[in-house]
Design a protein around this ligand. Structure first.
Ligand SMILES: Nc1nc2c(ncn2[C@@H]2O[C@H](COP(=O)(O)OP(=O)(O)O)[C@@H](O)[C@H]2O)c(=O)[nH]1
Ligand SMILES: [Mg+2]
Length: 216
């Protein structure tokens, strides 16, 4: 006998995600789910994105981490509402966690919620959070072979951010090979090369996101 545990968990998750999606649509809030490894620059990219878009949109951030509130404090220091979720060991966020976080946010006031998922290229891929788009970040030091090794996250992403391009001169990162692998997995997702901490390329990425936010 084979017992499938994944299917019932995902069904429950998807039901709550559908409720959330309806709630976000009702309030015209765009929700972005950011997926990436630990240290790839999720928080840095969120801070740069806030800088680029805060004049036009009211933004809040939901921070997912196994432990600590380090990232939420960094966001709050910029005067942006941030809710920290500690998963206590779980390697991804689930829709029930987002539901609890959203209850403390003023959806009526917000245009954009950015979710920093738990740093992991595998687990968060399967979990619908009621978001409008999943976007993944890969950073140059992680290597150009990651699309081949973690295809799922590149397939679910509506855009791919290549962060830390300022470090290209010191890493053996083949950008053409990387882009060809991404294209094979995901023919439509735009690829945005950025250096989150320096600002390079952030405008192009933020313009893409702003167009998506305005469209809802
Ligand atoms: N050189 C360089 N370092 C970066 C860049 N983006 C992030 N970092 C650094 O990478 C480390 C991890 O960044 P962080 O945003 O905390 O990554 P997270 O764990 O994915 O949220 C920090 O020391 C950042 O300063 C970048 O574009 N270039
Ligand atoms: Mg972070």
């Amino acid at each position: 006998m084979k017992i499938d545990m994944k299917q019932p968990i995902l069904q429950k998750n998807d039901a709550i995600a559908a409720e959330l999606r309806a709630r976000f649509a009702e309030h015209h809030v765009f929700v972005l789910d950011l997926l990436a490894s630990p240290g790839s620059g999720k928080t840095s990219t969120i801070l740069a994105t806030i800088d680029a878009l805060r004049d036009e949109f009211n933004i809040a951030v939901i921070e997912g981490d196994i432990a600590s509130n380090v990232d939420a404090e960094k966001i709050k220091a910029q005067g942006i509402a941030a809710v920290q979720i500690n998963t206590g060991g779980a390697c991804h966020l689930e829709s029930a966690m987002i539901k609890r976080a959203v209850d403390v946010l003023d959806l009526e006031r917000l245009d954009l919620i950015i979710v920093e998922n738990v740093g992991n290229l595998v687990c968060p891929t399967d979990f619908d959070l009621g978001e409008n788009a999943k976007v993944m970040i890969l950073s140059v030091p992680e290597g150009d072979d990651k699309p081949l090794k973690y295809p799922g996250v590149f397939q679910v992403a509506e855009a791919v951010v290549l962060n830390k391009v300022d470090t290209l001169p010191v890493f053996n990162f083949d950008r053409e090979a990387f882009e060809a692998s991404v294209r094979q997995l995901n023919p439509t997702a735009p690829i945005f090369p950025i250096a989150a901490t320096k600002g390079d390329g952030v405008e192009e990425w933020a313009t893409w996101l702003a167009e998506r936010v305005r469209a809802i």
